[in-house]
Design a protein around this ligand. Sequence first.
Ligand SMILES: *Cc1c(COP(=O)(O)O)cnc(C)c1O
Length: 396
Amino acid sequence: MKVVYLDHAATTSIDKNIFQAMKPYLLENYGNPSESHLMGMKAKKAIEDSRIVISKYLNCDPGEIIFTSCATESINLSHKGLIAALSGNLKNKVHIITSSIEHKAVLETCRRLEQNNLAEITYLPVDEYGMINIDDIEKSIKENTALVSIMYVNNEVGTIQPLAEIGKMLKKNNKQRAANSQRRIYFHTDATQAMSCLNCDVNFLRVDLLSFSGHKINAPKGIGALYIKKGTPMFRQQDGGGQEFNFRSGTENVAFIAGLGEAIKNISKNKNEIKKIEILSDQLISQVLKISGTIMTGHPKIRAPHISSFVIKDIEGEALVLRLSDKGIMSSSGSACTSHSLSPSHVLTAMGISPVLAHGSVRFSLGKENTEEEIKYLAKILPKEIEKIRKMAPKL
Ligand SMILES: *Cc1c(COP(=O)(O)O)cnc(C)c1O
């Protein structure tokens, strides 16, 4: 059976040239980068070369990039590390502003800080399109606000948040705060879904912290990075040999770090692929919307090119995913991390979609290897499978 993979927001395949870039560090050049012999030096160079590639892409210094195991680890280090560094000289609990539609990596990290009595959190609402209102952020700022954490692209519905505008607003606020000798507010973004398709220049976005994962951009699972702007208070969350500028001890994952650098090179080289994905997504959306009772979720225009998501009346999204899977089509209902639970997506419910309708959610996320034929195949299969489910199930 032919496989049509439409779940690139969950994970991607490893590009051949990325695998080739990694291979030498798994087989011949396996030296420990902390050692001073030739093999150690070669490994060290692979790490530093990758750091340079990534820093150029983000428009920052190589010394501001920390390699981690994934976006989740980057986010944990960012938030817990910042709060740990700040809380030493604080009388009040730190205040964090985030959104109600963040990935669980952000939401659960915030919840942990809340539970441990280290922070109070404001979870901002979003509008029907999953968009955050900048005024809401500004109005939520308090004396003790230390961190604003807003995702760049939502992984379930694809809505793009106005990060640069938020950055501008925070800069203005920080100026005032400095004049009143108040502490600065730091700005983090989870850019995991944006790395392949949007401008991630940290100066353009005015972020102090940025997290992402390799496996969403055709590098392997198990590698990620965190950008930490110089001067940002940060306390390591892992003690040991002092690797990664003492922010993240443990012998470096040399091969995967090399792979991550190669993934960023691929993105820079193949900018035209985004356009192709966008065209395919448009075709997919118009095909799906032809089916009765389908509603697109997320912002109609301000959306990432690779994510199209829908709610479909009178079906269970999970049932549809399984039926499509039987036909070789890989899709998703809700996010991978939450789809095993029966509660409807926190993103869709935050957007005001009823829990019943939210259960009928399905997401198709495209990658550069998808073709027009595959979209046509989906367009042929999807209406039939929806019809079958509707015939079988009692009306919700
Ligand atoms: C996938 C994803 C994450 C988590 O990435 P891991 O590699 O599982 O740590 C975080 N945020 C967003 C927006 C994602 O899409």
